[in-house]
Each structure stands twice: as C-alpha cells, then as structure tokens.
Design a protein around this ligand. Structure first.
Ligand SMILES: [Zn+2]
Length: 60
C-alpha cells in the first residue's frame, strides 16, 4: 500500500501523522477536541422556548 497516508488533518488540512491520526499532530488533536466540546456547550438544545413564546403571542 503506497498511498496509506492519504488522510488529511481535519483541522489544518496537512497530511495526518501515523501517531496522531487522523490529525497531523497532538496540537491539532487537542484543538479539535476543544472545538468539539465548545460546540457541545453552545448547543444545549433546540430553541423550544423561543418557538413556544412565539406561538403563545400569536393571538391576533
Ligand atoms: Zn493539523
């Protein structure tokens, strides 16, 4: 298999390293994890309250 390291780092698009697959290194690995966690905190759930208040206010 000559093209066994075709994978690219999803963070910086550099060729992935064998040790930190699929990332190019520990730095990008950590960054991706932090980004993932950040997004998780940012999306606690759908804006149900907003939709509900809109529906309740619709008394025209
Ligand atoms: Zn990278």
């Amino acid at each position: 298999m000559p093209n066994k390291s075709l994978a690219k780092c999803p963070v910086c698009k550099k060729p992935a390293s064998a040790e930190s697959k699929p990332f190019c290194g520990q730095g990008c690995k950590d960054r991706d994890l932090l980004q993932w966690l950040g997004e998780g905190y940012r999306v606690p759930g759908p804006p149900a309250d907003y939709a509900d208040s809109l529906g309740l206010d619709e008394k025209d």
